[in-house]
Design a protein around this ligand. Sequence first.
Ligand SMILES: C[S@@+](CC[C@H](N)C(=O)[O-])C[C@H]1O[C@@H](n2cnc3c(N)ncnc32)[C@H](O)[C@@H]1O
Length: 221
Amino acid sequence: MERHTGYFHEVEKEIAAAAGNRKGLALLDVGTGTGERLQRVVSEIRPHRVAAIDESPEMAVLAQRNCPSAQVLAMPLGAPELPGALSERFDLVICLSNVLGHIPKTQLVAGLKQIRSLMKPGGAFVFDVNNRYNAATYGLLSVIRNMARDRVLPGGGDFTAAYRDSEEVLHTPVHLFSPSEVAWMLRESGLKIASIGFRDYVTGQERGRFGGSIVVKAVSE
Ligand SMILES: C[S@@+](CC[C@H](N)C(=O)[O-])C[C@H]1O[C@@H](n2cnc3c(N)ncnc32)[C@H](O)[C@@H]1O
């Protein structure tokens, strides 16, 4: 994770820019994980109200500890009881580090529609996802293979990621997105792209479509 610190900081600058100087800002973090990143964002933009969700109860406990000012709910995106559990709507919703790539494909558009319904009019949704055409990270050959596969068999992009947890190697399914897929899912959800960019996954510097992760700011249509 430390390798990606520069990238994380640049994404967080985009979040700060999206927050602007709004007074009384309400912030929601979807898939907050340990909440450490949320706490960093909170220290930077100083929202009036903060909420966060994570489908993992263990993560929700950690997030509450690491970001005490937040209302943290152990709930997955798309849970029907989520809107009722959050008492207000949000100026800014964030969803960072490819959280959307962990949501089953069949639930993705419904999840994004729920995010839209949780946004105030004029609110913004900032997220980043892994780009399966990122040759700088995955290598040129893999990207050529991914592009060829997408031409023949649309609907690809599912991989198994391996993480080392002390002695154990854990495997988890993850989806890597293509830029056109991102545009499609936002359109289907009634969200409009305000900006889309590609950032080097290590330094966070802006790159072309084959050189970085996808960072998006979307607004409600
Ligand atoms: C890669 S971590 C990202 C954590 C954090 N956003 C960050 O940038 O540090 C992905 C997190 O998303 C959560 N998650 C996965 N699917 C989810 C869902 N359907 N609803 C809410 N959280 C989810 C996981 O439990 C995990 O904590």
